[in-house]
Design a protein around this ligand. Structure first.
Ligand code: PLP
Length: 378
């Protein structure tokens, strides 16, 4: 990395990753569900209070959720359009129809007041996405879901270590999904976990993850042979990934705290620009403890956002925007439908810019980033 370049993300290593990978090799088990997977499972269960299963991605965990809920062709799943592809694609693989609703202006999370008008007799589930590790309004979402007999799958890809009213994200719905992708807070390159909060889904979750077999019960000595029980696939990571992840989970608090310091510093440095009305900073409701997954700013117009993006490029600072709303993407139009206008979604996609944020980003680098924002907007 040269001095001038500031990457958007830089994967943080705790230092133990290679040691644990070497240990996994010397233990002679490289396939999944060995000693390191067990450590990760125990840690994640402790953190969420629920059964958790490592997967090879959050995408895989969401696909497992769609299988567990027996989503059938034509079933409708309500979700934001302002999210990553996998939130919708996991259900589309089963023939489900994503029904896209708008997000809230403050958090850019699923707008819970629009859920009831999006429901039909085919609605099966709601998928809240905790954008930037800031919780959706879960009490309302869970109560609407239970009144209408709908399942709730939390896309908590960005949400590890964040809470809603003191409860960990991912542990609130029937199912939750974490991501350990390189760009997330706690990483294993590719990786994820399914959080199974509904006890009724626990047994089948193991079977679906192990190619449709009861191999997990066999490993625990509960059956004397294993066999094909149900549909499934291979959703589990090998031990090398789990060993890497264990080195990260051990330090999850430290990683989160370092990111929070960086996030808060941006927040302080940009306060006067918000007061002047030239940008909006992220909004974290009272009830939410976030995890500093991302720092974004919202500019007044797309032109202002694109101009600032160009300034960052000239200065060799990597900054990115997202998402291309799913309802306006080719597959979203083909497989899903919208409910009501998605004005806030479209506006956020046009005006949002994410600033570099990672463990190890220096104050000098942050000052340079903020300096570019100020030079452009003041
Ligand atoms: C990163 C992300 C995913 C996908 O995670 P993978 O582990 O890469 O499959 C899904 N949903 C959201 C909201 C994400 O940010």
């Amino acid at each position: 990395m040269d001095d001038r370049h500031i990457p958007f993300n830089w994967p943080h290593l705790t230092g133990k990753e290679l040691e644990y990978i070497a240990e996994s090799q010397s233990k002679g088990q490289l396939a999944g569900d060995g000693p390191f997977t067990k450590k990760c499972h125990a840690w994640l269960s402790e953190q969420t209070g629920s059964k958790t299963l490592l997967t090879h991605s959050c995408t895989a965990a969401l696909e497992m959720a769609a299988l567990l809920l027996d989503i059938e062709p034509g079933d409708e799943i309500i979700m934001p359009s302002y999210t990553f592809v996998s939130t919708a694609n996991a259900f589309v693989l089963r023939g489900g129809v994503p029904v896209f609703v708008d997000v809230r202006e403050d958090t850019l999370n699923l707008n819970e007041t629009l859920l009831e008008s999006a429901m039909t007799s085919r609605t099966r589930a709601i998928v809240p996405v905790h954008y930037a590790g800031v919780a959706c309004e879960m009490d309302t979402i869970l109560s609407i879901a239970s009144q209408n007999g709908l399942a709730v799958v939390e896309d908590a890809a960005q949400g590890i270590m964040a809470t809603y009213k003191g409860r960990p994200l991912g542990s609130l719905g029937d199912l939750g999904a974490f991501s350990f992708h390189e760009t997330k807070n706690v990483i294993s390159g590719e990786g994820g976990a399914l959080i199974v909060n509904s006890p009724a889904l626990e047994g089948r979750s193991e079977i679906i993850r192990e190619k449709g077999t009861d191999r997990s019960r066999f490993f625990r000595g509960e059956v004397d042979k294993y066999s094909w029980q149900d549909v499934g696939s291979s959703f589990l990571p090998g031990e090398i990934i789990a060993a890497f992840l264990w080195a990260q989970l051990e330090k999850a608090r430290e990683i989160t705290d370092a990111r929070l310091r960086c996030w808060s510093r941006y927040h302080d440095l940009l306060a006067d620009l918000e007061a002047k009305g030239v940008l909006r900073r992220p909004c974290v409701p009272e009830d939410c403890d976030h995890n500093a997954h991302m720092y974004y700013i919202l500019l007044d117009t797309k032109e202002a956002r694109d101009a600032l993006l160009a300034k960052f490029r000239q200065a060799d600072v990597a900054s990115v925007f997202h998402y291309v709303p799913l309802h306006s993407s080719p597959a979203g139009q083909r497989f899903g439908r919208t409910s009501g206008p998605l004005e806030i979604t479209e506006s956020a996609a046009d005006r949002l810019l994410r600033l570099p944020l990672w463990f190890g980003l220096t104050e000098q680098q942050q000052d340079r980033v903020v300096g570019i924002v100020k030079a452009e907007l003041c």
